[in-house]
Design a protein. Structure first.
Lengths: 349, 163
């Protein structure tokens, strides 16, 4: 028990259960992250050779209460200290989203505090705003992860217009599948980066789909298939590929990574030009890739653009990025207690 | 009741022709199992089918991470991906049962990973890469609705199909 001082900024609890991770965080109105807890299923992922364990809602049900407890404990606060509860309700898997939303609604009903429904993708971009500790809007936003490769025109903190996406594989998915082709461990992002560190990124000229085209879309499927053919040989070809060595693996990883990064950087540049924006926000798991961060910085310098990449701790799924809830609260955009999740399975135009 | 046909596509234009023919042949409630290695072109075929059902092809992408996409076509399309699933229970927990018995067409990538959860009446398409863009499609129908679909497909395609 600690006395609460009247000039302490108000606190909110944020929950995140949209995909594989169960996460909770306490964030104050000055956007300071008081605690951030992620029940990472990483060890399990690895044990099952890259196939996700129990993506089902059961895992979230089991973890949500301990994760909330831990987040409160780390922040040294109690439930009664909370002014609001925020939860990601869109997009994601319906069963998973419902676990977070049900927990959030229950807390709101018991504590009599407002509920804030947040968009998981917008939160990824807001992580950049939190790290910048100042206003960064309007901006172009890139969210790159296992499930998304989306470009947004971010007109305001919670007003994002989708201006481009992948037409096949997401960038993170390409990293994971190429890692599998190269027999590198899961998750693919870090292991490709490690393998690529000793490789020659110009050893192979892999395709950079749409690189020069005047369109803000991504396609990583052809790149993945090109790597597959380099490793396993082209179907029907008379000659088999050279045997795999550490050197060859490193060169392929580095060349693949360079091709993926080339396209991501080029499309950000195109979007900045097309929408005449001077700020670029980059979030999502793939934003943790060191080569991508390096190349984005170079581009930003050339273009004299203000680049805000989410810090490593806020790239992969987490609840702390839900600080966007304070923006919504400030403009009265709370959610009723009978609100529903919006899984976003329907991809309308 | 099982029948099988083989379709050879020399390039992606031919793959799209198969996609269009499939779109014209499917009926609400049909389950289509897509089987093939990484890079075989499962998502590519789904895009062809979806486009022919008035879905914006740019909105069709791999559901590997998000597990399921739904497209609002002339017939509702449910695009599953079992690549990341560990077991069949997870597939069913996605609501697959409900969607497979609904009024849309279910297109399931990596369907061999959830084979025993698929209905008996099902159209199976195995994709084999036989060149850079050349693909062979082995199409099998088991059950009444799938066989009906296969007959319509054969009538639609005619050329290029070996029974």
């Amino acid at each position: 028990m600690h006395p609460s001082c009247s000039d302490d900024p108000p606190l909110l609890l944020a929950l995140e259960t949209s995909c594989d991770e169960t996460a909770a965080a306490v964030i104050d109105r000055n956007l300071a992250i008081r605690s951030s807890v992620i029940a990472s299923q990483f060890e399990l992922h690895e044990r099952f050779g890259g196939v996700v364990p129990e993506i089902a809602s059961r895992a979230h049900v089991r973890r949500i209460i301990p994760v909330i407890d831990q987040a409160l404990k780390q922040a040294d606060v109690e439930l009664k200290d909370l002014s609001a509860v925020a939860v990601a309700t869109h997009p994601g898997l319906v069963g998973s989203l419902l676990v977070g939303l049900t927990a959030a609604k229950t807390l709101c009903a018991v504590l009599d505090v407002p509920l804030v429904a947040i968009n998981h993708i917008e939160a990824h971009l807001y992580a950049c705003r939190m790290a910048a500790a100042r206003d960064v809007f309007p901006a172009i936003g890139l969210v790159v992860s296992g499930g998304h490769s989306n470009l947004y025109d971010c007109r305001a903190a919670s007003e994002h217009v989708l201006i481009g996406a992948t037409i096949d594989d997401a960038a993170g998915e390409a990293f994971d599948k190429v890692a599998k082709i190269l027999e590198l461990p899961y998750p693919g992002g870090p292991s490709i980066q490690t393998a690529a560190a000793g490789g020659n990124r110009n050893a192979f000229r892999f395709p950079r789909t749409f690189l020069k085209d005047d369109r803000l879309e991504f396609s990583f499927s052809g790149l993945k298939t090109a790597v597959l053919y380099e490793v396993s040989g082209q179907p029907g070809a008379r000659h088999s590929p050279p045997p795999m060595t550490d050197r060859r693996r490193a060169d392929i990883a580095a060349s693949f990574q360079e091709a993926a990064v080339d396209v991501l950087v080029a499309k950000c540049r195109q979007a900045l030009h097309r929408y005449n924006r001077r700020t670029l926000l980059v979030g999502g798991g793939v934003a943790a890739n060191a080569r991508l961060r390096e190349r984005l910085s170079e581009m930003a310098e050339q273009e004299r653009v203000d680049l805000q990449i989410a810090p490593l701790s806020l790239c992969t799924d987490n609840a702390a990025m839900a600080g966007i809830a304070w923006e919504l609260l400030a403009t009265g955009r709370t959610a009723p207690l009978d609100c529903d999740v919006r899984p976003g399975l329907i991809r309308r135009k | 009741m099982t029948s099988e046909v083989r379709f050879v596509a020399d390039d992606e234009t031919e793959t799209d022709r198969l996609g269009r023919a499939l779109a014209a042949a499917v009926e609400p409630g049909l389950v289509v199992a897509l089987v093939g290695n990484l890079g075989a072109g499962k998502t590519r075929l789904v895009r062809g089918i979806a486009a022919a059902l008035d879905v914006d092809p740019r909105t069709v992408s791999s559901p590997t991470f998000v597990l399921i996409h739904e497209y609002d076509g002339r017939i509702p399309l449910y695009h599953f991906d079992a690549y990341r699933l560990r077991n069949e229970a997870e597939f069913l927990e996605l609501g697959a049962d409900e969607l497979m018995s609904g009024d849309g067409v279910c297109l399931i990538e990596w369907a061999d990973r959830v084979a025993s959860s698929l209905p008996a009446d099902c159209l199976r398409i195995e994709i084999v890469a036989c060149g850079e863009t050349a693909r062979e499609f082995h199409i099998t129908a088991s059950g009444i609705a799938a066989s009906r679909c296969l007959e319509r497909l054969i009538a639609k395609l005619g050329r290029g199909m070996d029974e």
